[in-house]
Every structure is written in structure tokens, then in C-alpha cells.
Write a protein that binds this ligand. Sequence first.
Ligand SMILES: *Cc1c(COP(=O)(O)O)cnc(C)c1O
Length: 436
Amino acid sequence: MPDLQLIAAQDALTQPFAKQSLEISSKKEWNVRVSPSVTRSRNPIRETLASITANKPSSSKTPINLGLGDPTFYPLHPPPSAAIDAVNQAVSGGKSNGYLNGVGSTEARQAVVNYHKRWDGVQYDISDIVLTHGVGQGLDLLFSVMIPPASVEKSNILLPRPGFAQYTALLANLNAEIRYYDCLEEKDWEVDVEMLDKLCDDDTRAILINNPSNPCGSNYSREALKDILAVAEKHKIPIIADEIYGHMTWSAPFTPLASLSNSVPIITLSGLSKRFLVPGWRFGWLCLHDPLDVASSIRAGIQCWGNRFMGPNSLIQAALPTILATEPGWYDEVINKIELLAKIVYKGISDAPGLSTTFPQGAMYCFVKVEESAFPGLKDDVAFATALYNEQAVFVLPGICFQKPGYVRLVLGTPPDVMLDVMERIQEFCDKHTGL
Ligand SMILES: *Cc1c(COP(=O)(O)O)cnc(C)c1O
């Protein structure tokens, strides 16, 4: 029997409707508009970069880029060769071309479980893991799951200051309320827990902790991490732990937050961009640590939303067990290089008039204080970075990109001789501008 309803619907669509729409089409404007969230979600790093580098440096020195947190720029160190082989094999083997489970293949997620057991001493279940296109997409997924837009439900999230600009950009898209807690330079950039405590209320959905920190280069002590957990426990708020720089420390071992929590739910984010030096591979993951089983709604949420994009690319998933089994000696080679750069920068900055810094202990950054009164001709950190680029061809990011004016961030990712050259240039720059 013909489907009469369908025929009726087709008739209605083709006849009067088509005629009518043809008649009015000449008068009507194109309805091309974008969501207001597009203009809200800006990345200040890219914008500031464009403004500082708008004009060519007047200096004829070779330009040096200490601005972008990309370890492949110089490059710092080659990725593990076994990792490269494993990706090659995944490509040529021809068995890794299909769609996989949306939250990631079983083998790749098992590799993440093994990795965190080995390095963090935390035992996850495979159902605790969701693979993502880098930590950036992991954060986007997690924010969408945990933080409702302010227009739908009252909520807020606590972010570090200084902190990574992408958090703000992703949350602006959701139009959620952001509250910043301070990290204290005089305490090696540890969290101001009193302030954290005061900012929490019944609408707080998450506290975000970034350790080791971009841009501070900090590595929190166990005691400092326990103080943070105590605040979360008191207010019964889950923690998002961005540990993309996990184990990238030299002065002291890194302590994963989840390894200290026997009550507070922790969602840890990590990935390949920094520790494995391959940010272009766009690969990361989320791990839910929920000792009291109070966060099953988050587990269901990330699994459900993880399925929206059918997981990150199948070739890297196939290679992941090999990549994550990289032997400790390779990481040591990388850390030794960053530590040497940290020492060069610490000495150079300490000797430069008008500048000061804490000794970087982790990640790949040095966050430098610019004493405003020492540089009468430079009104702020943006002016400092702009003049440094113009006169010495050294590009650094101003603190304003990290919600912390009055500072600049240096990336520890160059060969040592390039960094020694940078320190000479910065010395010359500071001598001139402080009138010495
Ligand atoms: C670089 C960085 C990331 C990594 O993001 P990907 O999307 O995995 O490349 C995440 N968090 C912080 C703080 C970073 O500096």
C-alpha cells in the first residue's frame, strides 16, 4: 500500500510552497548570521602576538621566538623514535583506517590505564578513560558536561590566575561565570587556598588546578596539593586537574593530584602535546578518579559526549600503547635540557636590572616580573614585550595573556646557546631602559 501520508507531505512541499518561496526570494535579505558566542570566545594569545609582531623589528639581530609554547618550534628534542615507528606501522599496516569506539579503542584506553598506573600510582578502570583531540578538546568536552551556561542555570567555575588563556576562551563560549583564585609568587606560585575557600559557593561546579603550571613553571608540594583537596572536600566540589605537564619537573618529583585524593572526585587531563613533544598530533585524554563513587553523572556525561566526535584519530590510537611505554631515559633527556634552560634563564633574569623571577621547577616556562617603576618609558607588560621585540628581536608573551599584567612569559624550548644569546639581549635591553 502506498504511504498516503508521505505522498500528502510531498505534495504540500512541492506545490504551493515552492511557488511562494520563489516569489519572495528576490525581496528577502540572506539570513546569514553567527552566534554571539563567536565574538565572546577570543584567544588573547593569538591577538597579542599579532599586535606585538605587527611591525618588523628595527633590530637586525636574528629573531628569537620565546612566545609560543610549542616544543617543536626549535625543536627542543626529537620525539621518541619508537613512537614514530609505531605511527608509521599504523599507517602502512592498513588496519587502522576505520571508525573506532567514540570514547577511544579498548587497547588505547588500556594503554592510558597502564601509563597512569606506572607513572602516577593511580589505578583507573577502562571506563574511567575518554580519549580526546588533545587536552583542549578534553576541556571543551568536560566544561560542556559540568558547567551549564549562566542563562540556563546559575553556576561558576574557579580558575587559576595567572593561568592558561584557553580556559577562559572555552568558557566564554559557554557564557559561564568565571572566578579567579590567585597563585602566589612568594610561595613559588602555589594556590592561595584561603582565597580559593572564599570563592567557593553552592553554585561552584568545579575547581580547575593546573600543575605543573603554564605560565608559572611551578610544581606544587604534596602539602600544597593536600590543602587544595581540603577546600574541595569541605565544599564537596570536584576538581579538574590539567596535568599536561605531569612529570615534567626537575627540582622535586611531580605529585599527581588524584594520587592524594581518597574522597574528592578528580578529572585529570593529560596528553601527548608536551611530555611527548608532539602537539600537532592532537591527542589527549580524560581520567575520572572517583573514590567514593559520587561522580557517576560525570562518568556518564563524558562517555555520552565523548561519542559526539567518534574519538581522536585512529592512527595515533593504534600507536598509543607503544608511545606510552616510552622508557624513562628518554624523558630524562628532555627534562635535563629544560632544566639547563631554566638555570640559564634564572641566572640571566636575576642579573638583569628591573626583572626578577622564581626558579622554574616544572613545565617549560619562566614567568618573569617586570618592575614597573624600573622602566619609566614602558607603561606596561605589553609595551615591554613590544619594545623587546622591536629592539632585540626577542618575542615573549606579556602577562596580560595570562590574566596577570606586569609579567612576561619565556618558553624554555630553545637550544642553550640561543637562550644565552637571549639573556645577553635582555641584559642590554634592561640596561638601556632602566637608565643604567
Ligand atoms: C599546551 C597546554 C595544553 C595542551 O593542549 P593540547 O590541546 O593537548 O595541545 C593544555 N593545558 C595547558 C595548561 C597547556 O599549556
